[in-house]
Design a protein around this ligand. Structure first.
Ligand SMILES: *Cc1c(COP(=O)(O)O)cnc(C)c1O
Length: 435
């Protein structure tokens, strides 16, 4: 299979190039040139398969032309080493808990798979791979954890000093080994600029084999389709044969794009719900058919604070640029912080279940859909972060206290190891060359 650029101004490439380049030279996004179907018998017996068996079948279908099957199996066994339980709240409502990975957010799934794939490629090359990533928090901790100890790969993470949470900083700065943390005296945008400069520096690129681990890498996107099949399998295991509606708390739209890819591969889903916070660019697009990115608004579900979602072009490609076609599969609403907090309170009062603000937005999406449509049916809300990751907000909303899981608590007490640097490209360049 080849991967083409959504901007159509550069040549299609192999999986290896798409993964190592991250972004095509024309600054579009890589998309698979065809989306294969899962065979019908796969769905007949899907309830008998474990999460890893399902992920392996889907990965072999998507990537089997490009990677040997033993490599796929090895990458999956290492990357997907945590549970993704489907929890029943009541007859019609299920929660898919995507937060049982090492950094307690669903980004672990994509980051760990990408790390496995990059390690595989670097083993087959005589050059060490250097991965540069600017982070404003969550992505950095998932990437740092995922790549820790990967052979032949070094990760350099840039973060803005004083602008990420203490826990995130500790997660980035205590890994050691092949994970280097640079504490930049500047903003997140400064960090991003320094990384961009490095990628445009031809002399540097000749000397180092540079790659990035940002959220638009196809290697992070594709594995996110696996857990949609797994969610369906667990419903079937409960004896349900209905097609579910799945609500995805959406920001940069990677998670949603992966769901729509799963649908295109044949997954029985009635419709997706794109649940947005006040950053409602996608919701407005479905209403008006016009894409008008807004300024980023700060909310309590801050991992979804994206005014111009990067994966939007991928969704547009999947639907032949037709809003009508997309509306058949996708419904979207946007919710305020007050509505999000109300959902956290309601679900806790009714079911004694603690949602984080992102999962709460997903539940708001389901409630809105049910008010507007008189369908019964089965609903799944994706819960993308552990409530302890957003402990302040949840504790304040519910007036309870939440403990950090022990693995995270221990990170807070490790010794921080980072290197301070001004927001100056020449210093960064020198550092990269002299390591
Ligand atoms: C990144 C993130 C999201 C948004 O996912 P996208 O793929 O960017 O739409 C939602 N919730 C949490 C906790 C996240 O970290």
């Amino acid at each position: 299979m080849h991967y083409y650029s959504s901007a159509y101004k550069s040549e299609p490439v192999t999986l290896r190039s798409a993964v190592l380049q991250g972004m095509p030279p024309d600054r579009g996004l890589y998309m698979p040139d065809s989306i294969p179907q899962m065979p019908p018998h796969f769905f007949e017996h899907i309830h008998l398969l474990s999460y890893r068996e399902i992920a392996t079948s889907v990965a072999l279908t998507l990537l089997g032309e490009d990677l040997p099957s033993d490599a796929i199996i090895r990458i999956i066994d290492k990357a997907l080493n945590f549970d993704i339980p489907l929890v029943r709240l009541h007859d019609h409502l299920y929660i898919l808990e995507l937060f049982h990975g090492p950094t307690l957010a669903f980004k672990d799934v994509g980051a760990r798979f990408m790390a496995g794939l990059m390690e595989y490629y670097s083993e087959r090359s005589d050059q060490r791979l250097t991965i540069l990533t600017a982070t404003s928090g969550d992505t950095g901790s998932a990437v740092a954890d995922a790549f820790h100890g990967a052979d032949g790969v070094e990760v350099v993470l840039l973060y803005p000093q004083g602008k990420i949470s203490r826990l995130q900083e500790q997660q980035i700065c205590t890994q050691g080994k092949n994970i280097k943390a640079l504490e930049i005296d500047g903003s997140f945008d400064d960090c991003q600029k320094m990384v961009k400069n490095a990628f445009q520096d031809n002399e540097l690129k000749k000397k180092l084999c540079l790659s990035s681990a940002n959220s638009i890498n196809i290697a992070r996107l594709l594995p996110q389709s696996f857990y949609y099949f797994h969610a369906y399998a667990r419903l079937r295991e409960e004896g349900l044969r209905e097609k579910p509606l799945i609500s995805v708390p959406s920001g940069n739209l990677g998670n949603l794009t992966a769901g729509l890819i799963a649908l295109r591969m044949g997954l029985p889903v009635r419709r997706f719900i794109a649940a947005c916070n006040r950053n409602d660019t996608l919701t407005r697009f479905l209403d008006t058919g016009r894409y008008e990115p807004g300024d980023t608004v700060h909310t309590i579900s801050n991992a979804m604070d994206v005014g111009d979602p990067s994966n939007f072009d991928r969704i547009r490609e999947l639907y032949g640029h037709s809003p009508e076609f997309l509306r058949k599969d996708l419904y979207s609403r946007s919710f305020s912080d007050d509505e999000t907090r109300d959902a956290i309170r309601r679900v806790y009062a009714k079911h004694h279940y603690i949602l984080d603000p992102h999962g709460a937005v997903a539940v708001c999406g389901i409630e809105a859909y049910r008010r507007e449509h008189s369908e019964q049916g089965v609903y799944i809300a994706l819960e993308t972060a552990h409530p302890a990751k957003f402990g302040d907000i949840v504790e304040d909303t519910l007036d309870i206290s939440i403990d950090l899981p022990p693995a995270l608590e221990s990170v807070l007490h490790k010794e921080k190891n980072s290197r301070k640097m001004p927001a100056d490209y020449s210093k960064f360049r020198q550092y990269l060359l002299e390591r």
